[in-house]
Each structure stands twice: as structure tokens, then as C-alpha cells.
Ligand binder design. Structure first.
Ligand code: NDP
Length: 290
């Protein structure tokens, strides 16, 4: 029986943090990230607070714009336009999720692709489809590749199974793993995949991005497999004072079969935030060179 080693996202992010601080110090004017939050969703507030704090530590300028939950789509459109036109702004992030009356995809499509630090704009995702990985790449998949590289996990020629095909994680993750440079052989799976456990069992690397607590257990995992757990799920837990805990998509027992596992929390999460910082610096550099 194996006990998997930990893909420590905090350790990797803190190494990258040093590199970004050095990169920022070479830029004449600090990169400037604007974060827009609409409404008072407590989880979103925590995420945004964390992003702003990280900016401060890295010497990246940040501005937080808070809007009431009932803001109209037109007002939000004009805010995005203003930020696009403002030469002083390098990166724009609209915190997800937006309230239901706002069309999130339509609105984020209005962000100037050169300032799209989330990397979700069709132009930036389209660049990934073309195999161009030098632009703004969605933060979570980008962070996962950096984490795997940090621990020198071989990807070339390996069987990678991605569970989930979202615009934010699963699909860009699959494209990155298949791109030149990573050279993995990728299987994309989703809620309609038949015999998912059998498909996952063939994998050398599993990326679990489903959003279902502890769905993947050790009976799905080939011995020695690398498991990257993207899921963030709140589950009831009476042993915690607050009555709940965060749990990933992988069951803790995968550690008995896998060679490496990313923890939740402390795995993919810190990498996602650090890649937002990386994208902000990249956006500033690309735009200022034009
Ligand atoms: P989505 O809900 O957008 O996508 C989930 C994907 O999982 C879909 O493609 C869906 O398939 C698939 N799926 C759902 N049920 C099953 C099933 N039973 N079997 C196989 N596939 C299934 O979620 P996201 O991609 O945005 O996020 C996934 C998870 O990652 C969430 O827990 C989220 O909180 C977390 N997350 C963590 C981040 C981090 O920084 N750590 C960042 C972003 C997300 P279908 O397409 O058929 O519906």
C-alpha cells in the first residue's frame, strides 16, 4: 500500500511569488488589476479579499469596485467599457458568480482580451485551441500545469483523464495538457461519460474538476496515478465548530493507491490565485509593448 506524496500548492505558489515579485520590480509602473464584485456573496468576498491581499504582497496595484446586487446590465456594460478604455488599467476581473439577472458570459466577453486576466474571453480560449500558450491562460488549468512541473511529474506521452469539460477548468485544462510542451494523451470526460470509473482507471494523471464531494475513490485509481483535485465542496461536518468542512472531488482513500495527490484546501486553490497575479503581470507587459 502506497501513501501518496502531496502536491503542495502553497509551497509552489510561494516559490512563484518570489519570481513574480522580481518580474514586477523590473516593470517601470506597477501592473494594475481591477476586481469588480457584484452583490454580497460571502464566498466571493473571501476570494476577492484574498486576491487583493496577494496583489499587495507582490507589489501589484489593485482596485476593488463593489456594486449592489441589483445593478443593471447596462451599467455594468458601461463600467467594463470605461475600464477597457482606461490606459491605467492592465487587468479586469469580474468575480463569478454574478446575480441571476446578469448574463455573465455576455458581460465577460466585453472585457478587452488584452486585459482578460481570467483568460476566459473567446479570443484567449481560441488562442489555446490554436496551441498558442504565450498569452492569458485560464488561471486554474495554468496553475495545475505549473504545479505538476514544480514536482517534475512527467506528462509527455502519459494518459491524462480530465473529469469535467467546463469553460473555466476542464476544457482549457484538456487543451493545455494536449498542447506541445505537455504532450499528454488526453481523454475529456463529463456527466454523460459511460463507465467513468473504468476510463479513470487507465489514467496516469487524473484531473478531477466536477464539484461532487469525494466522488473519485481508490477503486477508480491505477496504482501510482497522479491525482489533481480541483473540486471545492462544502460538506456537513459536526466535528468542525462551523459545522462544515471543505472537501475535494477525490476521496481521501485515493492516497493509498496514487503516487501524488493535491490536497483540498492547499493544492490547486493557491495556484489559481498566483496565476491571476502572473496573468496580470503578463497583461501589463503585453499591452505596454504595443
Ligand atoms: P462546472 O459545474 O462548470 O463543471 C463541472 C463539470 O463536471 C461538467 O463538465 C460536468 O459535466 C461534469 N460532471 C458533473 N457531474 C459529473 C459526473 N457525475 N460524472 C462526470 N462528470 C460530471 O464546474 P467548474 O468546472 O467550474 O468547477 C469544478 C469544481 O472545481 C467545483 O467544485 C469548483 O468549485 C472547483 N473549482 C476550484 C477552483 C480552484 O481554484 N481550486 C477554481 C475553479 C473551480 P457536463 O458538462 O456534462 O455537465
Amino acid at each position: 500500500m502506497m501513501t501518496a506524496q502531496i502536491l503542495d500548492g502553497k509551497a509552489c505558489a510561494s516559490q512563484i511569488e518570489k519570481e513574480i515579485i522580481a518580474e514586477v520590480s523590473k516593470i517601470s509602473r506597477p501592473p494594475h488589476l481591477v476586481v469588480v464584485i457584484v452583490g454580497g456573496d460571502p464566498a466571493s468576498k473571501v476570494y476577492v479579499g484574498n486576491k487583493i491581499k496577494t496583489c499587495k504582497r507582490l507589489g501589484i496595484r489593485s482596485t476593488l469596485i463593489e456594486k449592489e446586487a441589483n445593478i443593471s446590465e447596462d451599467l455594468l456594460k458601461s463600467l467594463i467599457q470605461e475600464l477597457n478604455d482606461d490606459d491605467d488599467v492592465d487587468g479586469i476581473l469580474i468575480q463569478s458568480p454574478l446575480p441571476n439577472h446578469l448574463d455573465e458570459i455576455m458581460l465577460t466577453d466585453l472585457i478587452d482580451p488584452l486585459k482578460d486576466v481570467d483568460g476566459f474571453h473567446p479570443i484567449n480560449l481560441g488562442r489555446l485551441v490554436q496551441g498558442r500558450t504565450d498569452g492569458l491562460i485560464p488561471c486554474t488549468p495554468f496553475g495545475i500545469i505549473r504545479l505538476l512541473n514544480y514536482y517534475q511529474i512527467p506528462l509527455q506521452g502519459k494518459q491524462a483523464v480530465v473529469i469535467g469539460r467546463s469553460r473555466i477548468v476542464g476544457m482549457p485544462m484538456s487543451l493545455l495538457l494536449a498542447s506541445q510542451g505537455c504532450n499528454a494523451t488526453v481523454t475529456i470526460t463529463h456527466s454523460k461519460t459511460e463507465d467513468l470509473a473504468e476510463v479513470v482507471k487507465r489514467a496516469d494523471i487524473v484531473i478531477a474538476a466536477v464539484g461532487r464531494a469525494e466522488m473519485i475513490d481508490n477503486t477508480w485509481i491505477k496504482p501510482g496515478c497522479v491525482v489533481v483535485d480541483v473540486g471545492i465542496n462544502r460538506v456537513d461536518d459536526a466535528s468542525h465548530e462551523r459545522g462544515w468542512k471543505l472537501s475535494g472531488d477525490a476521496h481521501p482513500n485515493v492516497s493509498s493507491t496514487a503516487s501524488w495527490v493535491s490536497p483540498v484546501p492547499g493544492g490547486v486553490g493557491p495556484m489559481t490565485v498566483m496565476m491571476l497575479m502572473q496573468n496580470t503581470v503578463t497583461a501589463a507587459k503585453i499591452r505596454r509593448q504595443r
